[in-house]
Design a protein around this ligand. Structure first.
Ligand code: NAP
Length: 281
């Protein structure tokens, strides 16, 4: 990589940001296509987020990704937000266009693309069970609703949070049947052929099983948003029940690829990005 005065800069704002794998994935993609871009991580404290975002046009940066804790906090500092990011209430990609800051959310679309392309699952008309109601759940729920699912059942530890998400979706997608319950209402899992874990339960070795795997039917697809470990205990349990499973690596690759395409206008080299990500994990 040779950096000159022509090189365009993109990056990621996070706090902390040390763990991020995005620079490796994006720099490999730039290098593969011979694009004169470089991607750097920036440790940005929450109280400096506005300043950091406002500096993007002055520095002639092409854009940034946003990660924890900036995805929701950035909204008031942007000039324009896509309808999907507005519905999700979070932005993970910012593009600088004619000095203006445009906010996108590629997390949900990345998940749906991974479901369609990697797993060969068409979400349209499905009844889906979503475990969790946090930030990732919101992105996935909105993208699934936009993809035309028939029914969404949200199960979450905090019932109030599940109900708030269900209410939000019902208000924006009148054709979608949405319900919310705590995990005591998990019997409903038997009726869903697509189950998605969007909680953080399963990341730690000490984590137990979030749901009773006996509720998972043979012809079910179980998708875990977690990618480290590559196979969570719940994925193993679902496999033992005869279900098909997928981890969150594809979502991570596709959300990155969509951001790449927003900044560069070029088709992202998916295979290179995925390979580089696997190497770093
Ligand atoms: P978040 O906003 O903090 O939400 C966390 C969710 O996990 C909430 O629903 C929370 O329930 C639930 N939870 C946490 N501890 C729990 C426990 N002990 N028992 C039951 N439920 C528990 O986090 P997030 O940003 O949505 O991230 C969630 C997961 O998605 C993480 O593992 C993250 O790595 C993954 N993720 C993956 C990708 C990808 O590209 N593959 C992208 C984004 C996120 P309460 O509401 O009751 O607290």
């Amino acid at each position: 990589m040779s950096i000159t005065g022509y090189t365009r800069l993109v990056g990621i704002f996070g706090h902390p940001v040390k763990h991020t794998r995005s620079p490796a994935m994006h720099n490999a993609a730039f290098s593969c296509l011979g694009l004169d871009y470089v991607y750097l991580p920036f440790e940005v404290a929450p109280e400096r987020l506005e300043q950091a975002l406002r500096a993007l046009p002055a520095l002639r940066m092409a854009g940034v990704n946003l990660t924890i804790p900036h995805k929701e906090r950035a909204l008031p500092f942007l000039d324009e937000i896509t309808p999907q990011a507005e519905l999700i209430g979070a932005v993970n990609t910012v593009k600088v266009e004619d000095g203006r800051l445009i906010g996108y959310n590629t997390d949900g679309a990345g998940f749906v693309q991974s479901l369609k392309t990697d797993a060969g699952i068409e979400p349209k008309d499905q009844k889906v069970c979503l475990l969790g109601a946090g930030g990732a759940a919101r992105a996935v729920a909105v993208a699934l609703a936009m993809a035309g699912i028939r029914e969404l059942v949200i199960l979450n530890r905090s019932l109030a949070r599940a109900q708030a998400l269900a209410g939000h979706l019902a208000g924006h997608f009148p054709g979608l049947k949405v319900s919310a319950a705590s995990f005591s209402g998990q019997e409903v899992i038997k009726e869903c052929r697509l189950i998605i874990n969007s909680t953080s339960v399963g990341m730690k070795e000490s984590d137990g099983l979030l749901i009773n795997p006996e509720l998972i039917q043979l012809d079910t697809f179980f998708s875990d948003l977690i990618y480290t470990p590559a196979r969570t205990k719940l994925m193993t349990a679902a496999l033992e029940r005869g279900a098909k499973v997928m981890n969150g690596l594809g979502m991570l690759v596709y959300q990155g690829a969509l951001a790449f395409e927003i900044w560069t206008g070029r088709k992202a080299p998916m295979d290179i990005m995925r390979k580089e990500l696997i190497n770093t994990l």
